[in-house]
Ligand binder design. Structure first.
Ligand SMILES: [Zn+2]
Length: 377
């Protein structure tokens, strides 16, 4: 089947995957995330860890990943070099933050200029590399970590260079309250990014859980894309997106592992958690409308993810004229009993989602080239 498209992950956080359950977002960042990312100030650490991180994504069946890196330029070169060697399709960005940065050695007043210059240099080296297999996303962390000026200048850089622009929106109630305090002039969280010129078809916003009708309408109007990360949202306890309402409103939504807010790089796991979460909404909140079925979830993890990145003409499905980003799955690994494998496609997809097994992905290819994968013969 087509390879999975992960529209939201944090590369350096993979070693933390599976720990930190129940910490609220801002505590989790301070206690786990920032110290881990700070370790990539050593380019030797980045070079040592990055290859295994892409191998882990490939082993999970992910052939395209849109990911955040760290604030260090040299570490981002190491990450791009590892993606280049692995063969995976990767859109990466150096994290930008001029408020509460985790690097105390940089003078706060110098951060904005330096971060823009380093991002522009990385775009020059990597955006569109290997005939478009590698790409760059200008990456202001989120409104809490960025001044209005940094948000504005980063969006201008993305617009001027054709790079993507990625950040987080409306994940957790404490975060939303903090954004309201920091940006009193804005109508709401989405308006903070709107005022910065950050909305549009090249923008991917992660989470988008607690949106008002006005915010949803504005995201639809501007063609802004959403990365839905249900495994992370349940792990951190951020909330449960009203996905069927957002889809009915016309939002373009892909799936994200949000490693390591989410504990698993597998988009199949993300589909399973997402399906359960939507079922829980139906019984607890009374959501109505059609139930998303296994093939709907598969589409979100592949073709809709490609659409979220504007790559639906290139990847996301098996069609003549697209580039061959493929995975091979072993039906026996998810079978309920030994014996002949299930050959009904819908049932098979259902089992890959609801009985996902760590070893079920046997191989992954991008443009027909086999990817290096973690821990596999
Ligand atoms: Zn994230």
């Amino acid at each position: 089947m087509p390879g999975m498209v992960d529209t939201h992950a944090h590369l350096p956080q993979l070693p933390n995957a599976g720990i930190g359950f129940g910490l609220d977002l801002l505590t989790w960042l301070d206690r786990l995330t920032f110290p881990t990312e700070r370790s990539w100030s050593s380019v030797a650490v980045a070079r040592r860890l990055a290859p295994g991180i892409f191998e882990a994504f490939a082993a999970a069946g992910t052939t395209t990943v849109l990911a955040y890196g760290v604030i260090y330029e040299a570490a981002m070169d190491a990450a791009f070099e590892a993606a280049e060697a692995n063969g995976i399709r990767a859109i990466l960005g150096k994290v930008m933050m001029d408020r509460g940065t985790y690097d105390p050695t940089i003078e706060p007043a110098a951060i904005l200029d330096r971060s823009l210059r380093e991002s522009a240099d990385l775009i020059g080296r990597w955006h569109g590399a290997d005939a478009g297999r590698l790409g760059y996303a200008v990456t202001p962390r989120f409104a809490v970590s960025c001044s209005a000026e940094m948000l504005r200048e980063s969006a201008a850089l993305a617009n001027a260079t054709g790079a993507w622009w990625q950040t987080h929106v409306s994940e957790d109630p404490f975060e939303i309250a903090e954004v309201r305090r920091l940006f009193p002039e804005a109508l709401d969280y989405v308006d903070v990014y709107d005022r910065a010129g950050g909305l549009g078809a090249r923008t991917v916003l992660a989470h988008a859980i607690h949106l008002s009708d006005r915010e949803v309408a504005r995201l639809v109007e501007t063609g802004t894309r959403i990365a839905h990360c249900p495994a992370s949202n349940l792990f951190i306890g951020a909330g449960v997106m009203p996905l069927t309402r957002w889809l009915a409103a016309g939002l373009t939504v892909g799936l994200g592992s949000d490693i390591s807010g989410g504990p698993d790089a597998s988009i199949f796991s993300v589909m399973r958690l997402g399906a359960y979460a939507q079922m829980a909404r139906r019984s607890l909140v009374g959501d109505e409308g059609p139930i998303l079925e296994p093939l709907d979830w598969l589409r979100l993890g592949t073709l809709e993810g490609a659409r979220a990145l504007g790559l639906e003409d290139v990847i996301g499905s098996l069609e003549v004229g697209k580039e061959a980003d493929l995975i091979a799955l072993d039906p026996a690994s998810v079978a309920a009993m030994p014996g002949p494998a299930d050959d009904d496609p819908t049932d098979l997809v259902s089992r890959f989602i609801f009985r996902a097994h760590p070893d079920m992905v046997r191989a992954a290819w991008v443009r027909g080239r086999r990817l290096a994968r973690a821990g596999r013969r």
